[in-house]
Design a protein around this ligand. Structure first.
Ligand code: T46
Length: 134
């Protein structure tokens, strides 16, 4: 079973360049309640190292590249993020790590809920216990 679920967005490009439009209720499988972006990540820095209890997200690399490791407690999968027309659906209860950010990487994230620290599982053992609980 593959952990990486991709959404493919249509590029509305013409001779002037490219444009992707994401519309509420059409482009992603949840209501978007929050948008944030990660940029200017320092060389050699990795981010993430947590899972979410409920939150669903879609990550889109709108500039540059990075890798994301997904882990469901049983299997790990590494994916390359390098396309502004591909969204990685990151479901709840998936441990995620982001590595190898290029200098120009901008990772845009659409989230199903407002920021809530209590939704984070930041300890890997706690994550495994939560997975086992089902
Ligand atoms: C995720 C990965 C892909 C806020 O105050 N509001 C926000 O909406 C977010 C996302 C973060 N913050 C604060 C919390 C921390 O003090 O910003 C700081 C950095 O957040 P964090 O260390 O959680 O960042 P990452 O890059 O490790 O993880 C982020 C998201 O937090 C997380 O939900 O799935 O990107």
């Amino acid at each position: 079973m593959t952990l990486a679920k991709w959404l493919v967005f249509q590029s509305l490009g013409d001779e002037r360049g490219s444009l992707v439009a994401l519309e509420h209720g059409k482009s992603v499988p949840f209501d978007i309640r929050r948008i944030y972006y990660i940029y200017h990540t320092e060389k050699g820095v990795s981010r993430g190292f947590h899972a979410h209890k409920e939150l669903q997200q879609v990550a889109i690399c709108i500039s540059g590249r990075c890798t994301i490791v997904l882990d469901d407690g049983y299997n790990k999968e590494e994916v390359l993020m390098d396309s502004p027309t591909k969204g990685l659906l990151i479901d709840s209860l998936l441990w995620r790590e982001m590595h190898d950010f290029s200098d120009d990487c901008i990772l845009l994230v659409l989230a199903s809920a407002h920021y809530q620290e209590s939704d984070y599982i930041r300890n890997y053992e706690d994550f495994i216990n939560e997975v086992k609980r089902g």
